[in-house]
Design a protein around this ligand. Structure first.
Ligand SMILES: [Cu+2]
Length: 206
């Protein structure tokens, strides 16, 4: 973001797809279905915060902070710590795991064992004839997300822990598993998750 930010008197309407991510997970999760996001000028904040306040019970303090703070967050916005880890850098990947997605609603393999601290590059190949995706998360997070996808089948979503892969194509997720535990990866496209398109990632503590 430029400093100082350019504050325009009149903001053009902002299409959904053009909005970058909220850094705050609770808002991203709560603002219905849209993975709604914003990262615009100060003026935009003043316009949107009251709107969001109506949608979400509490507006996180981060939103009320100054623009400098906001700009700093923008740089790290895709590095948000999740229960299942944090976005990784491809160049620091310690291993590559190849996963195939097939139209029988399966991942091959559907078990991945990693050590805490590993940065894994998932090379995800869609060997089917329909769209698939790989989304990493806790079981609870994925179930909630899948329910949301059913409600809003056309919802736009993109996060560093997911890859949407067209038939015949390959996608990539680079993720650092800095927390030990049992996590899942799933295809959350409506019907796919219910059909069992889920795999398991075990992160062994160091
Ligand atoms: Cu799928």
């Amino acid at each position: 973001m430029r400093w100082p930010p350019i504050v325009r008197a009149v903001e053009p309407p902002i299409p959904n797809f053009a909005l970058p991510k909220f850094s705050n997970a609770s808002v991203a999760n709560n603002v219905a279905g849209a993975h709604a996001t914003l990262e615009r000028t100060t003026r935009m904040k003043t316009l949107l915060v009251p709107i969001l306040a109506g949608l979400v019970a509490t507006v996180p303090a981060a939103l009320a902070h100054g623009t400098a703070d906001h700009a700093a967050k923008a740089a790290s916005i895709r590095k948000e710590q999740k229960d299942w880890g944090i976005a990784g850098e491809a160049r620091s990947a310690t291993r590559t795991v190849e996963i195939r997605m097939v139209d029988t609603m399966r991942f091959e393999p559907d078990r991945v064992l990693v050590r805490q601290g590993d940065t894994v590059r998932f090379a995800v190949r869609n060997a089917g004839k329909v769209m698939h995706e790989l989304v990493i998360g806790t079981r609870q997070e994925l179930e909630e997300h899948a329910a949301l996808m059913k409600k809003f089948p056309n919802m736009e979503h993109d996060e560093p822990y997911m890859a949407h892969v067209a038939p015949g194509k390959t996608g990539e997720v680079v993720w650092t598993f800095n927390r030990a535990g049992e996590f899942d990866f799933a295809c959350l496209l409506p019907g796919h998750f219910d059909a069992g398109m889920v795999g398991r990632i075990t992160v062994v503590a160091r």
